[in-house]
Each structure stands twice: as C-alpha cells, then as structure tokens.
Design a protein around this ligand. Structure first.
Ligand SMILES: [Cu+2]
Length: 207
C-alpha cells in the first residue's frame, strides 16, 4: 500500500493556512472601520482646519490650536470640505461663540445631503452666513452623520476662527503655521499621512 502521510499533512496544513489568511483578511476589512477619518475640511479652502482629518471624538477631537481664520461679521462664507470614504448620510455646519461650546444652539446649515457613488474624494461646498457678533475664541464645526447605523455615527472637523466687526480689514494672509495632524487617526495607507492639497486614499468600510 502506498504511504501518503506527508501529502495529506501538507494538504491539511495548506487548507488551515488558507482559512486563517481568509479570516485575517475579513477581519482587516472590518477592523479598519473608524480607524481613520472619512471626510475633512479642505486645507486649501476658505477655512484653515484645526486637524487635517476629521475625528470620531467631538466636538473637535483636539483643543484649539494656533491656526486661525479671520472672518468679518455677517459675511457669506463658502465652507469647503471633502468626503473620501463613501457613506450615506448628511452634514451639519455649526458655530461655537466661545470655547468649543454651543454648537447645537448655533447651527449654520443642517441636513446637507451626502452624495452617494461616483468619484472620491467628493468635494462639497456650502455657503453659510457668519454670525453678526465678533468673537476671538470661536469655532466652525462640520459633522458628518453616517446613517447606516442608528443613531448615526459621527465625524467631527473644526476650524478656529476670529470674527472681526463689520468694516474691519482682514489680515492680508491668515497667520499661523500649517495645522498639525495632532489627534488624527492613522490613515488607510500606513505611513502616508495626507498632505494639504493631496487627498487621502479611498477605502470602503462601514461606520
Ligand atoms: Cu467608514
């Protein structure tokens, strides 16, 4: 009788290895969920973002930084952001008069519809009216509401602003260093954090 022990052993080992690798792949697909942001305020837009990526932790994911955008009371402001991981849902733009407090009481635009499908990253822009009251410690916040789950899963982005009285002259350029990627989760591609102007890699996932 032919001895076929080693052949059987290899076959079983290969089968187990394939199963394990398959399970690891499935795990990776689901585990990267929320390990990275899904949208962000455009660093090249009209608002200088506090972070280069949105955060899971509200209201902004990190304390106020040194980078400030100057605005004029009552002006129209085009808030520019982009989604680079597609989720159904909507966006809300809100304002804090001071200290990252009071966003819910100062919503500037709500239920901005998410666009599904198509090319990523997907740019969004929404014109809002800047509040009439000058402030020095105020914030504009964008929330992405991802509605596959109930209550929706959220991503938070903020920009630190100063609102000058009407008739003021804006500084020629917005002072301050480029926003540091503090408090940002790892990007989908290890070691490749998105630079201003570039777009993070698109990855499909669930919220
Ligand atoms: Cu996701």
């Amino acid at each position: 009788m032919q001895w076929d022990g080693p052949m059987k052993a290899i076959t079983v080992k290969d089968t187990i290895l394939s199963l394990v690798l398959g399970l690891i792949s499935i795990q990776l697909i689901f585990l990267h969920v929320d390990a990275h942001a899904h949208n962000r305020l455009l660093p090249t837009g009209t608002l200088l973002p506090r972070n280069l990526l949105a955060n899971k932790v509200g209201p902004c994911g990190s304390p106020r930084g040194a980078t400030v955008t100057y605005l004029i009371a009552g002006q129209q402001l085009n808030v520019q952001f982009e989604e680079f991981i597609d989720h159904p849902g909507y966006y809300r733009i809100a304002f804090s008069p001071s200290g990252d407090l009071g966003f819910d009481q100062n919503v500037l635009a709500d239920q901005i519809p998410d666009i599904q499908g198509g090319t990523l990253p997907r740019p969004y822009s929404k014109i809002v009216t800047v509040p009439n009251t000058p402030c020095t410690n105020c914030t504009i916040q964008v929330i992405q509401y991802m509605t596959e789950v109930n209550p929706p899963s959220l991503y938070f982005s903020c920009a630190d602003v100063v609102i000058l009285p009407q008739g003021s002259v804006l500084p020629p350029i917005n002072p301050g260093p480029a926003p540091a990627p503090s408090g940002t989760p790892p990007s989908p591609t290890p070691g490749a954090s998105p630079a201003p102007g570039s777009s993070p890699k698109s990855v499909e996932c669930i919220p």
